[in-house]
Design a protein around this ligand. Sequence first.
Ligand SMILES: C[S@@+](CC[C@H](N)C(=O)[O-])C[C@H]1O[C@@H](n2cnc3c(N)ncnc32)[C@H](O)[C@@H]1O
Length: 220
Amino acid sequence: MITFKDIELETNDISFRPTLITEACAKVVDFKEKKILDLGCGIGPLAIYFALNGAKEVTASDIYDEHIKLTSLNAKKNKANIKIVKSNLFENISEEFEVICCDVSGVEKKIAEITGWFPEGVPKADDSGANLIIRVIQDSLNFLKNNGELFICATSFSDIAKIEKTMEENYENSWEKLYVEKVPFSKRLKGNIDLLSFNDHIVEIENNFFWQIFIYKLKK
Ligand SMILES: C[S@@+](CC[C@H](N)C(=O)[O-])C[C@H]1O[C@@H](n2cnc3c(N)ncnc32)[C@H](O)[C@@H]1O
């Protein structure tokens, strides 16, 4: 059992655990009084948090059976009223939302493995870290109400140039980088420094390395 924002969550060794990105989403996503989709819900921390803190209607979706099972268990345990849909991205989604919060796997595969962030079995992004995020951006306009907002999480371990190009192609100028957080390299990342492909989004300050969390807001 773990706790996220006072919400008790059952978990296990083959499931994803809430991270600093989950915390950041809870802080910046505009969910109050909104009909919201939590895409890539993991074991349910954000969907449950949104439901218990003033969202109008919450749907949680994920491709991974273990996460669907735990989200359902955790929603019951916390008396959170959410709809849960097993879906490969938008495949089984048939409604429109005022807000979509997308924290789908967006870390390049090698990093997902090195860091231990993604236990074996949890579906990962490809080597660019961007394939799933890009598909979400491309398809999202079909699942947003007019004036709806899409929140996209990415990191220094995602191909940011490709992601931002897709935003421009699909949302023109209606997108912004809403949130940036620098996170010091963990011991495991430091230990695997030779395997990292350095880019502009990995920052070095006084011999310490930081990766970054980015949250974008895109408006239909
Ligand atoms: C970074 S985790 C985030 C989990 C959760 N939002 C949290 O904060 O704990 C990414 C999630 O995306 C899910 N995922 C990966 N590929 C997916 C796909 N094709 N469709 C839907 N969800 C997917 C994974 O199973 C995982 O739960």
